[in-house]
Design a protein around this ligand. Structure first.
Ligand SMILES: *Cc1c(COP(=O)(O)O)cnc(C)c1O
Length: 399
């Protein structure tokens, strides 16, 4: 089958929700991936910031193989060891006390909001509203697009579920102004990822936490993308001097297996049996893989490596900004990085890089994002910078 044949098949078979990049990947190892023609790529998308340890990391593969031969799935009524071990690891390495496992980021946030509403009903006179931010991204379920403060996700599906107020990000006054006796929680990304790699002021989250404590409402952090080492610490909240009451995780904690989780402080853990559930959530197979991946990250101090290589990458991109006047901004934390332009060349740059063997994400018409695996080396960054430079030169010439 040629790439064209695959594309025709996709057009025929799928609901057309994804604008795909014209390449069919068949294999991956570390920061590299190969297509069906045997062409090699440097993968700076990493499964959308999920493959923390790169493709097919030996510790993840080994854990999956072993667990697949032992016990893949049981009803959640039964105790299983991989799930308990992963929960223990998460509790030991966060400021939170209890865990619920699910399968995705949207579900993790949805569950977080259900817990906040339960808390509101029991402790806050029935308060149910959740304040979220413009340009946020919390997932694709109906409730989570209402939480996601971007009209392009909301408008096709109105009317939306009620109970969400979207206000300006990085603006504490906006949150104060939206708070009422109906408010049970504030839900934020520590750094907005899909919304543009928007990094708030250093004291923003501390101010939000102060406000939440003053009002007795919950601070919920969506660390689905920023968590698991991505921004240079195991969780981004550590860098901002705050402690969320509830935190949602997914993406990177599985290093390639589909898992989500939300964690809560003891005093917020108000669910009773039957009030929430998931058939596959926390099944032994994915928990064994996620435990192996997360334990490896912690034992080998991978977040610190992400911070070091991320700073190196940022400095190199800063160099490109000096050379190409149409680059207007370079920003990021750890290995969550964006490059912004004063022209709409995001799609073009993504395609030119693809042709040269580098996979990147077009973040906005005028921006691209890099979220390579956390195990990339300075040498791999140099290679990516070389390709980017060639691509930018080509684009400059074509203008
Ligand atoms: C990707 C993402 C989600 C949604 O995760 P899914 O697994 O696609 O449901 C939610 N929040 C943030 C911050 C994300 O980056």
């Amino acid at each position: 089958m040629s790439q064209n044949d695959w594309q025709e098949l996709e057009k025929k078979l799928f609901l057309q929700t994804i604008k795909r990049v014209p390449v069919t990947l068949v294999r991956g190892k570390g920061a590299r991936a190969w297509d069906d023609r045997g062409r090699e790529y440097l993968d700076f998308v990493a499964g959308w910031a999920t493959n923390s340890l790169g493709h097919c990391h030996p510790v993840v593969v080994k854990a999956l193989e072993k667990q697949a031969r032992t016990l893949m799935h049981t009803s959640t009524q039964f105790y299983t060891v991989p799930q308990l071990e992963l929960a223990q690891l998460l509790v030991d390495h966060t400021c939170l006390d209890r865990v619920f496992f699910c399968n995705s980021g949207a579900e993790a946030n949805e569950g977080s909001v259900k817990l906040a509403r339960r808390y509101g009903k029991l402790r806050l006179n029935g308060a149910y509203e959740v304040i979220t931010a413009h340009d946020s991204f919390h997932g694709r379920t109906l409730a989570m697009i209402a939480a996601t403060g971007q009209s392009r996700f909301q408008e096709p599906y109105t009317p939306l579920p009620i109970g969400f107020i979207n206000v300006e990000y990085n603006n504490i006054e906006a949150i104060k102004g939206a708070t009422s006796e109906k408010t049970c929680a504030v839900l934020l990304e520590p750094i907005q990822a899909e919304g543009g790699v928007n990094i708030p002021d250093d004291d923003y989250l501390r101010k939000v936490q102060g406000w939440c404590r003053e009002k007795g409402i919950l601070l919920m952090l969506d660390e689905v993308q920023t968590g698991a080492g991505r921004t240079g610490t195991l969780f981004a909240y550590e860098q901002y001097g705050v402690e969320p009451d509830i935190m949602a995780l997914a993406k990177g904690i599985g290093s390639g297996v589909p898992i989500g989780a939300f964690l809560a402080k003891e005093n917020v853990s108000v669910f009773s049996p039957g009030e929430h559930g998931s058939t596959y959530g926390g099944n032994p197979l994915v928990c064994a893989a996620a435990h192996a991946a997360l334990k490896y990250q912690i034992d080998h101090n991978i977040p610190a490596q992400a911070k070091r290589v991320g700073n190196y990458f940022l400095a190199k991109l800063g160099g490109l900004k000096q050379e190409f006047d149409f680059i207007t901004d370079v920003r990021g934390r750890g290995l969550l990085i964006a490059l912004e332009f004063n022209q709409e060349i995001g799609d073009k740059l993504q395609l030119v890089c693809l042709a040269k063997g580098l996979l990147i994400n077009r973040l906005k018409p005028n921006a691209v994002r890099f979220m390579p695996p956390l195990i990339i080396t300075e040498k791999e960054v140099d290679k990516a910078i070389g390709i980017l430079k060639e691509a930018l030169e080509e684009i400059r010439k074509a203008k």
